[in-house]
Write a protein that binds this ligand. Structure first.
Ligand SMILES: Cc1ncc(COP(=O)(O)O)c(C=O)c1O
Length: 413
């Protein structure tokens, strides 16, 4: 007998979160040297140019008007009445796919991703994600003994590497009949990359072709956590209309999160939305996702759901939120413009950034270089497997200039 109290599957599980450990180091440095001497480029939360945590006043106003029962009562297992429809309306806007649709409330995008990994991949099976990826995907999959494998997101020329995706999909489908393929789009974490319409069309054409083999079951999982920072609300949603009328053995799942879209990170609310040409697949989805809600968290916090339904059913309120969000989006764009311009001038390579919270720099030695940036310049960023991630969502514009140059210096040793 071994002397562990944990069951064997839980043995040795230690969470090393690369973001939150650097966040703490940045805070300590700010206390020691003063905030003005420190660049905290760690967390994926928006801080304004005065380094204040950003929120939307519209969201706060609506929240303050909720009754105690709206805040504190239990919610039905799959969401409060109207929540699913409100999520579908908000996420797709005018680009609603022409298919059967359904939605279940989840605690954040994380809850939605968890349900897809669990319900559409069997134990021991592998989920396909890009090689630049948000670390928790691996943790979420691993918790339930699902594996992840990666395809190369970019070619050497920094374009979308559809060949790598195709190769991996075909290779994996030789081993398993069920395959979840994840896209974090638009404004991908950690690179800020977004597929354009042509790239989506080519990708979907490939999957239509693969789906001619009816023994294969494909789930395309769209993680749209950063969608509303990728451009104008109507424009960034246009790609959804391409997802109508797909073969019945392709299910599309969209993981929606209120965390960034409404700056409501800690409220833990989102939705898992399904798109399918088969009403049976949709029915099955609804049952499985509701069952998983009950099994994992019973139900989803009521307060943010009430907030979301109130906001999205009032065009005046949602317009106000959109205006507030647009201001922050422009603030992030201005920061990114300075960073990318300086990087280009210096010849510092960075991943193809179109929009969003993060810019990443490919590196062979990210841990070491991140440490040097801390020690030499009090710059705190997140070292990833393949590079260095700057959360430009949290760096004030006054501290952006010079970051590219310091990064280059450290990388050149
Ligand atoms: C790529 C990506 N997907 C999903 C999420 C999920 O966020 P939440 O669970 O807060 O909705 C995050 C949060 O940082 C993220 O970066």
């Amino acid at each position: 007998m071994d002397n562990l109290m944990t069951a064997q599957h839980a043995a040795g599980k230690v969470l090393v979160d690369p973001v939150f450990s650097v966040v703490k180091a940045a805070k300590d440095a700010a206390e020691k040297y003063g905030m003005e001497k420190v660049v905290n480029a760690t967390a994926g939360t928006i801080y304004d140019d005065q380094e204040r945590f950003s929120t939307f006043s519209t969201v706060a106003d609506v929240m303050n008007d909720l009754s105690p029962a709206q805040m504190m009562n239990y919610a039905p297992i799959d969401g409060i009445p109207g929540y699913g429809e409100a999520a579908i309306k908000f996420v797709f806007g005018d680009s609603r796919p022409d298919s059967y649709l359904s939605a279940v409330a989840t605690p954040g995008g994380t809850g939605a991703l968890r349900h897809v990994f669990f319900n559409y991949a069997d134990e021991g099976e592998t989920i396909l994600i890009p090689d630049w990826f948000w670390g928790p995907y691996r943790i979420i999959a691993g918790e339930f003994k699902r594996n992840v494998d990666t395809y190369q997101l970019f070619t050497k020329e920094n374009n979308f590497n559809i060949e790598s995706l195709q190769q991996k999909v075909l290779q994996m489908l030789k081993k398993q009949d069920r395959l979840v393929v994840l896209f974090n789009n638009p404004a991908h974490n950690p690179t800020g990359f977004s597929l354009n319409e042509e790239e989506w069309k080519a990708t979907l054409e490939f999957f239509r072709d693969v789906a001619k083999d009816k023994s294969k079951h494909i789930v395309l999982l769209l993680d749209v956590a950063y969608m509303d920072y990728a451009g104008e609300p109507d424009k960034v949603r246009e790609f959804f209309s391409l997802f109508g009328g797909l073969p019945e053995n392709i299910l599309v799942n969209v993981a929606f999160s209120m965390s960034k879209a409404f700056l409501a990170y800690g409220m833990r609310c989102g939705a898992l939305i399904a798109i399918s040409s088969s009403d049976k697949v949709i029915e099955e989805f609804q049952e499985a996702a509701s069952y998983s809600n009950r099994a994992n968290w019973s139900n989803v916090p009521r307060l943010p759901q009430e907030l979301f339904v109130t906001l999205t059913n009032d065009s005046g309120l949602i317009e106000r939120v959109n205006r507030e969000r647009q201001q922050l989006r422009r603030m992030i764009e201005a920061r990114a413009a300075i960073f990318t311009k300086e990087a280009k001038q210096l010849g510092l390579d960075f991943c193809p950034y179109t929009a969003g919270f993060f810019i990443s720099i490919p590196s062979d030695n990210p841990q070491e270089q991140a440490k040097k940036l801390q020690e030499q310049y009090n710059i705190f960023l997140v070292p990833l497997k393949k590079g260095l991630r700057y959360a430009i969502c949290s760096i004030p514009i006054s501290k952006i200039s010079g970051l590219a140059q310091k990064t280059k210096q450290v990388m050149e040793g």
